[in-house]
Design a protein around this ligand. Structure first.
Ligand SMILES: Cc1cc2nc3c(=O)[nH]c(=O)nc-3n(C[C@H](O)[C@H](O)[C@H](O)COP(=O)(O)O)c2cc1C
Length: 154
């Protein structure tokens, strides 16, 4: 079973969260920039976590393209979850829910509700405690996968 955290990141904040997630997900997990992700490399039983900054209320174009590539191949048997990074604004839009829905529509089994991590400004930094929160979310994900195989659809 392979565990990949695929992300896009302009200023490094989403990358930092992706790497924290990979560390919390265990030795065999890897954080992979979307440019280097091969959508054809996933197999049934793998865990895929997709992360993107919110850009204009949606995931970045590169992540949207990767999700389209995954949908074309199908994600049957793949377990998946999504997160975004965003500003703490009254109106901020969403990317994680859209990505989670796209993963589900592609056939993946969604193992955690979409998650948001917060940055202070467009270029960051991440708010205090967000990296720890990412590690904790990853550990929860890992425990859920171990205990039940799936935490249920988001
Ligand atoms: C062009 C652009 C559009 C953005 N749109 C939103 C938005 O709609 N909602 C939001 O909460 N943050 C928005 N942001 C802030 C990003 O979420 C923030 O830059 C990102 O989390 C930083 O992640 P990164 O360092 O991985 O690029 C936007 C940033 C940019 C540059």
């Amino acid at each position: 079973m392979k565990t990949l955290v695929v992300y896009d990141s302009a200023y490094g904040n989403t990358k930092t969260i992706a790497e924290a997630l990979a560390s919390g997900l265990g030795r065999k997990a890897a954080a992979v920039p979307v440019d280097r992700f091969d959508a054809g490399s996933l197999k049934s039983g793998d865990l895929l976590v997709v992360g993107s900054p919110i850009n204009g209320w949606r995931p970045t174009p590169k992540i949207t393209q990767a999700l389209a590539d995954l949908a074309a191949r199908g994600l049957a048997g793949v377990r998946a979850a999504a997160f975004d990074t965003r500003l703490k604004l009254f109106i901020h839009g969403d990317a994680a829910k859209k990505m989670s829905r796209a993963l589900k529509d592609a056939g993946a089994s969604i193992v955690a509700s979409p998650m948001a991590f917060y940055v202070k400004g467009s270029e960051g930094p991440l708010l205090k405690g967000e990296v720890d929160r990412a590690v904790a979310w990853a550990e929860k994900l890992r425990a859920g996968l171990k205990d039940r195989g799936s935490l249920g659809d988001a």
